[in-house]
Write a protein that binds this ligand. Structure first.
Ligand code: ATP
Ligand code: MG
Length: 172
């Protein structure tokens, strides 16, 4: 039986979600049963989620898990409860897939909606054969230590600094 690894894409540079999408496409093309789940996004991630669905990747958006930074009006405790619900709903799902991507998982931790201890328990409970891919800036040390494959995207130069905003097809 194949042993699945835990992959983390973190860092302050661009490319974490893009890499996870790329990995999902590659895995799918090798016949993996794929789940691509997003936190803090509304599931209308433009092309990326639509195209993943088109190639047979199951896409899930935990829309109710909002970023408290971008939604300061939202009740933090309610957001935390939504996050715990999302994590619970993922547990049985992990058994159904060969690879599961949790996009912006680290941000959920960074914004205090899930504790590191809860995240570690979730990660340790993954089926052995599952490839688990976590993205998001600011991965905590313990998550990095538990993961098998960690890549840090480093921001060297970003067009935003030149006044170029996010562009469809490039940044989303
Ligand atoms: P991508 O989705 O392009 O792979 P990412 O997942 O690595 O990026 P996130 O941390 O999720 O990036 O950030 C979301 C958005 O913030 C991206 O569209 C990215 O281009 C943008 N971003 C990243 N770094 C900067 C920066 N220094 N200034 C402005 N915007 C930035
Ligand atoms: Mg991202």
């Amino acid at each position: 039986m194949r042993t699945g690894l835990i992959h983390v894409y973190t860092g302050n540079g661009t490319g974490k979600t893009t890499s996870a999408v790329g990995l999902a496409v590659r895995a799918k093309s090798h016949g993996f049963k794929m789940l691509f789940a997003q936190f803090m996004k509304d599931g209308n991630g433009g092309g990326e989620t639509d195209i993943l669905k088109e190639i047979g990747v199951e896409v899930l958006a935990f829309e109710e898990v909002l970023s408290p930074v971008f939604h300061p009006e939202a009740d933090r405790e309610a957001l935390r409860q939504e996050t715990l619900k999302a994590i619970e709903s993922l547990k049985p799902k992990l058994k159904e897939f060969d690879m599961v991507v949790l996009d912006e998982f680290n941000c959920v931790l960074g914004e205090g909606l899930l504790t590191v201890a809860e995240a570690l328990e979730f990660m340790r409970g993954k089926p052995e054969r599952l490839e688990l891919v976590l993205t998001g800036r600011g991965a905590p040390r313990n998550i990095i230590d538990l993961a098998d494959h960690v890549t840090e995207m480093k921001d060297v130069k970003h067009p935003f600094q030149e006044g170029i905003g996010a562009r469809p097809g490039i940044d989303y």
